[in-house]
Design a protein around this ligand. Structure first.
Ligand SMILES: CCCCC/C=C\C/C=C\C/C=C\C/C=C\CCCC(=O)SCCNC(=O)CCNC(=O)[C@H](O)C(C)(C)COP(=O)(O)OP(=O)(O)OC[C@H]1O[C@@H](n2cnc3c(N)ncnc32)[C@H](O)[C@@H]1OP(=O)(O)O
Length: 263
């Protein structure tokens, strides 16, 4: 039973990795392959195939990508999206398109949907579960955001528009919502750099309130890695960078699949 559970978990994670960026996929699989922390050495790829290639009960469909523009985005949100998106792909003089330094990360409302076929799996496993930042159906009411990663500089930027359901102090964003977007951006960045991680520590200094409905930039940068630990810094500023809203540091610890299964 335990062996089958572990095989299934690894199979799931492999499925989950299918649509992630090459680097994210490579990192996740490297960590899973090296995982002997539970005293269990992972078995061969054939075994995983035996689990993941079984007949599929539903027709797969493409999940909604929440990081793409929608009607609730303000002109400033749209402008910044286009600014970073234009740096994801560059056109040479000859009209040839080449890859830019930045990359937009897709965003789904369940982790499982990052996988080919995960759309179906997400209906089977805890069907009502939703990623915290993507659980409000009304567009523009909660967290509207898009994350871009710069592979060379090991930095990450998120364009974030805070909706009216995130109110804390009158007319301003709740500190917990600010912590949530910081955790999500730095957690995504750490996963991209180091494979599967969990937040071990998040230290936040709130410098100036963020007006509801405004657009801010959430910058994340790598400070250092030490063994299983990835240390990141984060700043939330207004869109021209002249006002610091929030500063944070985060520690993310690499985990194996067994950790989430309680092994
Ligand atoms: C697994 C498959 C995942 C597949 C993912 C696939 C797709 C994902 C796709 C995209 C990613 C997208 C989004 C990510 C978005 C959001 C991120 C949200 C993240 C969260 O929202 S996550 C929830 C909140 N999070 C927790 O619920 C953690 C509870 N916690 C624990 O689960 C353990 O506590 C853990 C694992 C943290 C460590 O436990 P552990 O047993 O593995 O390791 P251990 O304790 O030995 O620590 C090892 C070294 O870290 C040092 N260390 C530990 N904790 C420290 C602390 N607080 N301060 C300073 N140092 C600390 C030790 O001192 C030691 O340091 P040293 O090695 O130098 O001695």
């Amino acid at each position: 039973m335990l062996r089958q559970g572990l095989l299934m978990a690894r199979g799931l994670c492999q499925l989950m990795s299918n649509k992630l960026s090459d680097s994210l996929h490579r990192n996740i699989m490297k960590h899973l392959n090296g995982n002997t922390r539970s005293g269990y050495a992972w078995t061969s790829l054939q075994n995983i195939r035996a689990v993941t290639m079984s007949p599929w009960p539903f027709t797969p469909s493409q999940p909604r990508d929440y990081s793409l523009p929608n009607a609730s985005w303000s002109s400033e949100m749209q402008r910044l999206y286009e600014h970073y998106n234009n740096m994801c792909e560059m056109e040479t003089e000859g009209g040839k398109k080449i890859k830019g330094a930045w990359r937009r990360l897709p965003s789904y409302n369940r982790s499982l949907k990052y996988a080919t076929g995960g759309q179906c799996l997400s209906k089977l496993l805890q069907g009502k579960a939703r990623i915290f930042t993507r659980n409000i159906e009304e567009q523009g009411a909660g967290f509207e955001y898009v994350v871009f990663i710069n592979k060379q500089e090991k930095t990450c930027v998120c364009v974030f528009q805070a909706g009216h359901l995130l109110e804390g102090p009158p007319g301003h964003v709740h500190g917990g919502a600010i912590a949530t977007i910081i955790d999500s951006v730095t957690g995504t960045h750490a996963t991209y750099l180091s494979g599967p991680v969990m937040t071990a520590n998040l230290t936040i200094n709130y410098r100036s309130p963020i007006p509801l409905g405004s657009v801010v930039l959430v910058h994340s940068s790598l400070d250092k890695t030490e063994g299983r630990k990835t240390f990141l810094s984060c700043q939330v500023t207004n869109t021209d960078g002249s006002k610091m809203h929030t500063e944070a540091t985060g520690l993310f610890v690499s985990i194996g699949v067994g950790h989430l299964l309680g092994l």
